[in-house]
Design a binder for this molecule. Structure first.
Ligand SMILES: Nc1ncnc2c1ncn2[C@@H]1O[C@H](COP(=O)(O)OP(=O)(O)OP(=O)(O)O)[C@@H](O)[C@H]1O
Length: 442
């Protein structure tokens, strides 16, 4: 950037970075309260919509803490962005305030297990969070000591500082731990914590554990001893429909200045988000992105076109995030399957057709070519990113079965994103479409 006026003395382009910042501030006239559009914001009660049943259920279970009794363990499950963290945190915050008014020392310790590698690290993280919450120091080192000592330190801290403590273990299924140990680390963590909760020989403080996951089958992988001490109350969070998402967005309308949203903006964002998994985070994300797009374009209002642009950008980002880290073979499988889904009415692809297109791609690009079974396995692995879902279908009594892949994101967007990898340059779209159409006609 050049500083100082240009030779003509015009003021068209900003003279300095400071000017640029001030100019941008002036054009940022649409979003008033960015906090309300943050993806993980714990919003005020009045803005929580459509989760009455879960709210009622969780309060019912946890409220005994205000009478200084131990609350039961909870298991909250359901897809991403359906309010699990929001609701448990909102309830705990209120219980915390009521306990404080009754001189009950109530603690809430939340751990997201996504980036925690082993059981030892998870326990140490919990110690760190407790120490931070109560404002004390930790007496043991992080590394080079057995887990037993870490547990002892955790129990010491909670016994000293709490009457009741709720451990919220978010994305618990992600804590897999070391591969050479049969029982997954999350199961061992659950065992230890819930054992502490069920016997006062270990802890004098009352311990309650809330496990949160998107994986409905997580409990099947919990070992038998953990299962018998954890015994949680289940609370299910289902997808939001477009109406609920609309209400959630309306309750945050004041994130924008008055009269800066055209009437079609919220319904469209809600409809887009409902199309995939009914994810409130996604709906909110769309509002924030469209607001930024409109501000950048110096528009006086956020309009339908901005939401559409935001949807495109959000989708691309999400696909990019997933596809950036996957192997070339997986990219080929995904590309082939998306190319089939793009040509079908319901955006689905059958595994035998996908495999034929995969063969065409590998032949054209001179890449290694695997058997259909490997193609199917790679596609199944891709379902964990929730870009695509797989369902086994039967072709009739004598013809065996196949997998049907359904895309959560637009298949054209997936292809465009994969094409950013220059290895796909030799695939010509017209020829690809012709190959797919021929396969579909078979
Ligand atoms: N019922 C609701 N009312 C208002 N806002 C909501 C509601 N449900 C979710 N949100 C908002 O959506 C975002 C995601 O919610 P939350 O983090 O609770 O989802 P989650 O189910 O825990 O998702 P994940 O499994 O991905 O962690 C947050 O910004 C939250 O404020």
């Amino acid at each position: 950037m050049t500083t100082g006026p240009d030779s003509e003395g015009t003021t068209e382009s900003p003279d300095s970075i400071k000017d640029l910042i001030l100019e941008q501030e002036k054009s940022a006239s649409l979003i008033k309260n960015r906090r309300l559009l943050e993806p993980n914001e714990i919003v005020e009660e009045e803005r929580i919509v459509g989760r009455d049943e879960q709210l009622m259920n969780i309060t019912q279970h946890l409220r005994v803490a205000i009478s200084n009794e131990r609350p039961p363990n909870l298991f909250l499950y359901g897809p991403s962005g359906t309010g699990k963290s929001l609701i448990i945190n909102a309830v705990c915050e209120n219980i915390f305030q009521l306990c404080a008014s009754r001189d009950i020392r109530f603690g809430v310790i939340e751990l997201n297990c996504q980036n925690v590698g082993t059981l030892g690290s998870a326990v140490y993280e919990l110690i760190r969070k407790v120490a931070n919450d109560v404002g004390t120091t930790i007496d043991i080192p992080e590394h080079g000591i057995p887990n037993k000592k870490k547990w002892r330190e955790l129990y010491r801290l909670i016994n000293e500082h709490y009457d009741t403590v709720v451990f919220i273990l978010d994305e618990l299924d992600m804590l897999a731990g070391r591969r050479d140990i049969d029982e997954p680390a999350f199961s061992r963590l659950l065992y230890q914590l819930s054992r502490a909760s069920s016997t006062d020989e270990i802890t004098t403080a009352q311990v309650s554990v809330t496990a949160i996951t998107n994986d409905t089958k997580m409990m099947e992988r919990v070992g038998s001893r953990a299962l018998s001490s954890f015994t949680p109350e289940d609370v299910h969070f289902s997808d939001y429909d477009a109406n609920q998402l609309r209400e959630i967005l309306r309750a945050r309308k004041d994130a924008f200045y008055e009269n800066t949203l055209t009437s079609d903006v919220i319904p469209l964002a809600a409809a887009f988000a409902a199309q995939t998994h009914g994810d409130a985070r996604k709906a909110i994300d769309l509002m924030r992105t469209s607001g930024s797009i409109a501000e950048k374009a110096q528009a006086d209002k956020v309009r339908e076109q901005h939401i559409r642009e935001a949807q495109d950008r959000v989708q691309k980002n999400r696909v990019l995030e997933v596809t950036r880290g996957i192997s070339t073979q997986k990219k080929l499988c995904l590309f082939a399957t998306a190319a089939v889904a793009r040509e079908t009415e319901n955006s689905t692809a059958k595994s035998p057709t996908g495999y034929q297109v995969y063969r065409y791609l590998t032949e054209t690009l001179g890449s290694d070519q695997y058997h259909q079974e490997t193609y199917v396995n790679k596609m199944k692995e891709l379902t964990t990113y929730s870009l695509v879902e797989a369902e086994r279908r039967s072709q009739g009594p004598h013809s065996g079965s196949y997998l049907q892949f359904t895309f959560g994101e637009n298949s054209q967007t997936i292809i465009e994103t994969l094409r950013e990898d220059s290895r796909f340059n030799d695939i010509h779209d017209e020829e690809l479409r012709a190959v797919v159409t021929a396969q579909l006609a078979n």
